[in-house]
Design a protein around this ligand. Structure first.
Ligand code: GUN
Length: 279
């Protein structure tokens, strides 16, 4: 069996470290507060938002929940974000995506103050990441870096291939691996000879969005495989973008789904909230 990269255990470690830190901050008179805004009641979003509130409660972060009706207008949402930008008590602002179609998500993200942008989605946060300046980093790719580091996997000098180029995962993931001195290739839907490209990878990060797409033919022997995908199959069981059973005999380390990258996203959101309060 390869090394199983245990996101449940590593995210629990991070949350416990943060809990202790928040306790110390409280003793010094500093509290941490996250505002979470959800528009409409998409069931998947409600689950995510609830998990975020639970993580806040565990760590000792105060969470303010804004559950707004589906009909909320762009102007009303902008007004709320601006009010929260001004509120000294609020350290982080998270607007749960996707927003209803009549709202311009990019405009809302740009309204969030970069100092409170705990999702790391604001163009200023992304720009800071690209030039290596201090700023908030998108939580899922930041979580992948923590998984690698805390599992003792060296990134410097390695061939890293990221499949997927989304603004939330693929692009920031590639920049973070570069920042850790990896040699980085980004593959995507227009990449020719994908198997040839992915078989170069010492570290393969898969964020394609297609269930069990990556089998052992895509993977170099002894590679480290990080699976960012999350799907439900026909039997209602969770699976990733990687065919775990087919790949596991070939790799040196791999993240399971569930219990790999998934739990790290919230842990890194909590990390960003604590940093926002420290600033
Ligand atoms: N929807 C799905 N994932 C996320 C996330 O990480 N942040 C926000 N704001 N919305 C999401």
């Amino acid at each position: 069996m390869p090394q199983l990269i245990d996101g449940k255990k590593i995210s629990a470690e991070i949350k416990d470290e943060l809990k202790a830190k928040v306790q110390r901050m409280k003793e010094g008179g500093v509290s941490v507060c996250l505002a979470v805004i959800q528009v409409g009641n998409d069931p998947a979003s409600s689950i995510y938002v609830n998990n975020k509130k639970k993580a806040c409660a565990y760590i000792g972060i105060e969470s303010l929940a804004y559950e707004l009706p589906e009909e909320t207008t762009q102007e009303e949402l902008v007004e709320l974000v601006e009010k929260l930008n001004e509120d000294k008590k609020v350290n982080g602002i998270l607007v749960q995506l996707p927003l209803p179609a009549h709202i311009d998500s990019d405009a809302i993200i740009r309204t969030i103050s970069p100092d409170k942008d705990v999702d790391g989605f604001h163009p200023e946060s992304v720009g800071r990441l690209c030039i290596g300046a201090d700023g908030f980093v998108s939580c899922t790719p930041a979580g992948v870096i923590q998984l690698l580091k805390r599992s003792g996997i060296e990134i410097a000098g390695k061939e890293c291939v990221v499949i997927g180029r989304s603004n939330i995962v693929g692009k920031p993931m590639s920049i973070l691996l570069l920042r850790e001195n990896g040699t980085v290739t980004v593959a995507h839907s227009r990449t020719r000879n994908l198997k040839e490209v992915t078989r170069r990878a010492d570290i393969l990060v898969v964020a394609i969005g297609k269930p069990r797409f990556i089998n052992s033919e895509y993977v170099k022997e002894n590679a480290v495989v990080i699976d960012v995908g999350m799907h439900r199959n026909a039997e209602n069981k969770l699976c990733g973008d990687v065919d775990f059973e087919d790949v596991k005999g070939r790799v040196s380390a791999i993240t399971p789904v569930p219990g790999g990258v998934g739990p790290m996203t919230i842990a890194m959101l909590m990390y960003n909230c604590v940093r926002a309060a420290e600033k």
